[in-house]
Design a protein around this ligand. Structure first.
Ligand code: HOZ
Length: 430
């Protein structure tokens, strides 16, 4: 197969190496674990990314989740343009914050009060602080391979780039802080019960990805989320469901709606900002009202509720809500077709692939065995994944550049993209 021309991208990467550590502003973008050269994006439209050399790629990471309506979706672009004409930032309250909050709460009954921030990292960090204040306890419990942003206490056994680069936590996080984080295998309720028994009245909260996206896609076992809800309630700890990736993607009300569970606190990001920097955390009023200026827990942000982010979020979430009955079945059907189609090509070629999929999130793990937690995912053949990634990229299909990240599909993907992707996979496996 002939290589795509990427002269411009190569030159831009060479410049970036002299500007940014590793040539990137976020580690996974460096393609270190899959090899090959990262294309530089010039623009994107619908389901397609176009690089600096004019090559076109079907996009299967969608800015890691936000672009559920496709790139440069006209109502979102128009909303941002309209808002920008009224200034990009005020540092003061606007009606749009209330409009988006009402929309979010209509989709998430668990959220009685909420606050906007600028990223998922801020949302999870703030939710943890609230949980500690509400319970007067220090320990937090997370799961191996789950990623909740890059704040100190949440990098312990984290997924995403931490797993991709094989970093055991992070240098610069004091041991005293890391010790306050317990990390357990996902999908193992007995381990959670044992931790609460070993640390009576010490655990402030459990935080988890309700469907893991950052170790590759790993669904919760039947009854797992309900089990965590029961255990936290029994032990006076809070359940924080991190829906940064899954919120408005698996259903309008995210995983909480899909699996019928409740949470004390929910964290959101990505889709809620329609592609602009935005996050949120919210939940039960009794906890949220501990926040300043009502209560003693401090949290703040100049760009929180930024008007451009609110406009993009309103356009995106508003469109999803107005068209939900058509959109979610369509996402399911197209995702199923492409995810299973590629897995079938792997099987025909004798390549061991385990497919995990929930709606429009999925991963092809290069292992013959089921993947129910991070240890299972880590047994995947990352070298074969890297070869597959490079072959697909060269055929115009851009997958997340790590075995430990999920694919994300949007409404702009249709039968033509499915067919082209399966054909590219057939050639790659051959
Ligand atoms: N941590 C993100 C995926 N889980 C990657 C962010 C990025 O590199 O843009």
């Amino acid at each position: 197969m002939s290589e795509l021309m990427r002269e411009q991208s190569r030159a831009l990467q060479a410049r970036a190496e002299g500007l940014f550590p590793g040539g990137v502003n976020s580690p996974v973008r460096g393609f270190r674990s899959v090899g090959g050269e990262p294309p530089f994006v010039a623009r994107a439209e619908g389901a397609y990314l176009f690089d600096a050399d004019g090559n076109r790629y079907i996009d299967y990471f969608g800015s890691w989740g936000p672009m559920i309506l496709g790139h440069a979706f006209p109502p979102v672009v128009e909303a941002i343009e309209r808002a920008a004409r009224h200034s990009a930032s005020f540092g003061a309250s606007t009606a749009a914050e209330g409009d988006l909050a009402e929309l979010v709460m209509a989709c998430y009954p668990a959220i009685e009060r909420m606050r906007f921030v600028s990223s998922g990292t801020e949302a999870t960090m703030s939710a943890i602080r609230l949980a500690r204040a509400a319970t007067g306890r220090k320990l937090i419990l997370k799961f191996e391979g789950c990623y909740h942003g890059h704040s100190d206490g949440l990098l312990v056994k984290a997924g995403s780039g931490v797993a991709t680069l094989g970093i055991p936590g992070s240098a610069g996080v004091p041991e005293e802080i890391a010790r306050l984080t317990l990390a357990l295998p996902y999908n193992d309720l007995a381990a959670v019960e044992a931790a609460f028994t070993a640390h009576p009245e010490e655990i402030a909260c459990i935080i988890l990805e309700p469907v893991v996206g950052n170790a590759g896609c790993i669904p919760p076992a039947d009854g797992y989320l309900q089990g965590l809800r029961t255990i936290t309630a029994n032990h006076g700890a809070l359940l924080i469901v991190d829906e940064v990736m899954t919120g408005f993607r698996l259903a309008l009300g995210g995983a909480l709606e899909l699996y019928g569970v409740d949470a004390d606190l929910v964290t959101l990001g990505k889709i809620i900002g329609g592609g602009l920097p935005c996050g949120a955390f919210g939940g039960k009023r009794q906890f949220m009202e501990l926040l300043a200026p009502l209560g003693p827990v401090y949290q703040a942000g100049t760009l929180s509720g930024n008007p451009l982010a609110m406009a993009a979020g309103l356009a995106t979430v508003g469109y999803l809500r107005a068209n939900a009955t058509a959109i979610y079945p369509q996402l399911e059907a197209v995702s199923k077709a492409v995810a299973e189609g590629v897995a079938a090509e792997a099987a025909k070629a004798g390549v061991s692939v385990t497919l995990n999929r929930v709606g429009s999130m999925w991963t092809w793990f290069f292992t013959p065995n089921p993947v129910t937690n991070y240890d299972d995912a880590a047994k995947s053949d990352t070298a074969v994944f890297g070869r597959f990634h490079r072959a697909m990229l060269n055929a115009g299909v851009w997958l997340p550049p790590s075995q430990f990240e999920a694919m994300f599909l949007g409404t702009a993907h249709g039968p033509a993209e499915v067919e082209a992707t399966i054909a590219a996979a057939r050639a790659a496996f051959a």
